[in-house]
Design a protein around this ligand. Structure first.
Ligand code: BG6
Length: 239
């Protein structure tokens, strides 16, 4: 089963892991930072990919740090977003991971998933308005690097959400704001997400279709978070 596009007027796409394979870049950067942290703190239980999917995936930067530390009972000072990457604070750790992410983006670049570009082309052809709703402050740079910025008149990213005081995923607020900015009624918009936190945000927002893209989170976890449909690739959604 796919979607009947005549039921919808617009699409709200997550970016990392949905349009571009950058969820993997985030994952690697988080693993490098958290693994070193646990070693430095003398914690024996290693950081795993499951930690990423359960606590970090899809959430705003410092929310992800906070959630993982809480899961291990580790308490560190909050610090502030201006903290240098060397600071042993929630913000400093988030910024430490960001330095690793930025370096990989700069050296390796990024290419959008071909199936995702095929869907963007088909929807643009039909005149369907599309927005990006990403927790990442790096979303504009990723969209530019992948050459797909032009599809999206609205880009609701982590920096915009912070400026506007919007709660991040799994809260639905950024999706609601993007639908409003795009001029699409909330009950006629599709959400497309690869993270359980993002799927949960779409479900909490009352959107009529929440598509989970399984890039590792697992079909069952996506369905339990509220996905109404799970696909492996966005080409499965082609009209
Ligand atoms: O640190 P950034 O670039 O603002 O990104 C925040 C989050 O953005 C999400 O899109 C990613 O799934 C997370 O892995 C990432 O932590």
């Amino acid at each position: 089963m796919s979607l009947d596009w005549s039921d919808y007027d617009g699409v709200l796409f997550d970016l990392d892991g949905v349009i571009t394979p950058t969820a993997e870049v985030h994952m690697r950067a988080w693993a490098a930072m958290f693994s070193q942290l646990l070693t430095d703190l003398g914690v024996a239980e290693p950081y795993t990919d499951q930690d990423y999917f359960d606590h970090v995936d899809g959430k705003p930067r410092y929310d992800g740090v906070r959630a993982f530390l809480a899961s291990r009972g580790i308490e560190l000072p909050e610090g502030s977003p201006e903290d240098p990457p060397t600071a042993q604070t929630v913000s400093g750790l988030g910024n430490r991971k960001d330095a690793v992410f930025a370096e990989e983006l700069r050296t390796d670049g990024v290419e959008a998933y071909p199936g995702s570009v095929a869907l963007l082309d088909a929807l643009r052809e039909r005149g369907v308005p599309m927005a990006i709703v990403s927790s990442s402050r790096n979303a504009p740079a990723v969209l530019e690097a992948a050459g797909v910025a032009d599809y999206f008149p609205v880009v609701m990213h982590g920096g915009v959400a912070a400026e506007r005081g919007l709660a991040g995923k799994p809260a639905p607020d950024t999706f609601w704001a993007a639908a409003d900015d795009l001029g699409v009624a909330r009950d006629r918009a599709v959400v497309v997400e690869d993270a359980t936190s993002g799927v949960a945000a779409g479900a909490a927002g009352g959107f009529p279709a929440v598509v989970g893209v399984d890039r590792g989170a697992g079909e069952q976890a996506l369905r339990e978070a509220g996905a109404t449909l799970v696909v492996q690739d966005l080409a499965e959604l082609l009209p």
